[in-house]
Design a protein around this ligand. Structure first.
Ligand code: ZN
Length: 444
């Protein structure tokens, strides 16, 4: 059995970094051995790479441990026992929880968890909630359609573990959820940044009063990078009159990073439970210096049914220069997740991240919350269409807003856009992961 660590252990969160590094190495060796001995997937992956767990002696050996990707899981899961196949590290009868990835990038990955793993999920989410100031006095409302996706299930159990009162707003529609929050005087919320904005908009439109009157004090965002985009975070905070926190997690990994009440301009990595590496997007060479963008590679140290060991997330991040003032020694990823390596695409020969556009749109008060980004090819030339919603109060100033938007976009992304103004409320609204970026070029 892989033993779990106790939640919110200040000894771990403030551990001197040399000690933390020793602990991490010991845990890494243990989980690498676990994967090799317990799953055909890791056994084959390591044998094919000519690697044996005995060779992992110090940090200098880490590059010898092969990375794993979603694709490896998909192939292994096509085998027996259904549906986890050769990725499984425990007998099937020990699995108590089923979840899956959203499948936005292909066949979903199935995620088994044992009961111990499920307690581990609550454990890692307890770090998240505690750091954001969740306490037993909070009444936490979850405006979330409970289903096969892990998102917020773990948050639900962790909030209970901390002693908060939890209200499941599962089957209700947005209006009903808002009314329930009002009725119960909930103090905290969890949701995607997109849905938090969507709810606030609905509150004003359908119920006739601003969401800030509901008395929500804390909002924890997850599922999309939005809450670390300054403009988006500010919008959510203002709409709700609440403090907004970002968190990062994934089904295959766990809830591995979070913002604390000191808002260090990014997220703390839970280094007691996870190893977070940054590697060069092209060469996989390790990146340790702050301020340099790399791909995030993750290991969950203590998860047993289907552990991820050096999992290539294809997410982008960079280390912050300084330690946070809160006292946690856990490293900070500046700005949270900075986009997807596979969304980082060349448009008109310029390296382009759709997240930079969100930053611009959300910073302009004349524009609504939603936008859509479409890249197409006209003849031989790439064309980017940006659809935004102009708020009715600014209708007369359309041309000024257009110029300002174009100027900001050039400044931040070095590109020109075809700008389309749509009526407020007409672009698609999302409850979970938003799909605002569409690359319609033939090769894409
Ligand atoms: Zn901090």
């Amino acid at each position: 059995m892989i033993p779990t660590t106790p939640y919110w252990n200040p000894l771990l969160e403030t551990m001197p970094r040399e000690k933390l590094s020793e602990l991490q190495l010991a845990k890494l060796k243990r989980v690498v051995r676990w994967g090799y001995e317990r799953s055909k997937l890791y056994r084959r992956l390591y044998e094919e790479a000519g690697f044996h767990p005995e060779e992992l002696k110090g940090w200098e050996d880490i590059a010898k441990v092969p990375m794993i990707s979603k694709e490896h899981y998909r192939q292994a899961q096509a085998k027996e026992p259904w549906p986890y196949g050769e990725a499984l590290c425990v007998p099937l009868e020990e699995v108590t929880e089923y979840h899956q990835t959203s499948g936005t990038t292909g066949q979903p990955v199935y995620q088994p968890d044992t009961w111990q793993d499920w307690e581990w999920w609550s454990e890692c989410w307890s770090y998240i909630l505690w750091a954001m100031g969740f306490r037993p006095t909070d009444r936490v409302f979850l405006p979330f359609g409970y289903n096969v996706f892990v998102a917020f299930w773990a948050g639900h159990y962790a909030a209970e573990k901390l002693g908060c009162e939890v209200v499941a707003g599962g089957i209700l529609n947005t209006e009903e959820r808002l009314l329930k929050i009002k009725e119960l005087r909930a103090t905290a919320l969890m949701g995607t940044p997109t849905y938090m904005l969507n709810m606030a908009e609905t509150c004003q439109k359908k119920l006739g009063f601003p969401a800030r009157e509901l008395g929500i004090k804390k909002i924890i965002c997850a599922g999309e990078p939005g809450a670390s985009v300054e403009g988006t975070k500010k919008r959510i905070g203002e709409a709700w009159g609440a403090e907004v926190f970002d968190h990062v997690g994934a089904t295959e990994v766990g809830g591995w990073a979070y913002e604390c009440t000191h808002h260090p301009g990014g997220v703390h990595v839970n280094e007691a439970m996870f190893l977070v590496e940054l590697v060069d997007v092209q060469t996989n060479a390790p990146i340790e210096e702050p301020g340099k963008m790399g791909k995030i590679v993750l290991t969950a140290f203590d998860r047993q049914a289907q552990p991820c060991i050096r999992f290539d997330t294809k997410d982008l991040g960079m280390w912050a220069e300084d330690q946070c003032t809160c006292g946690r020694t856990f490293a900070v990823l500046k700005g949270g997740v900075l986009g997807r390596a596979d969304h980082l695409t060349k448009v008109k020969g310029v390296l382009f991240s759709p997240l930079a556009v969100e930053e611009v749109v959300r910073a302009l008060p004349e524009l609504g919350d939603e936008y859509e980004l479409v890249v197409t090819k006209k003849g031989e030339v790439d064309e980017i269409i940006l659809k935004v919603e102009l708020l009715p109060a600014y209708e007369a100033q359309k041309e000024r807003v257009r110029e300002e938007l174009a100027r900001q976009l050039r400044l931040k992304t070095n590109l020109n856009y075809l700008l389309e103004f749509h009526p407020p409320g007409s672009l698609p609204r999302y409850e979970q992961k938003a799909k605002r970026f569409k690359d319609l070029r033939p090769h894409a």
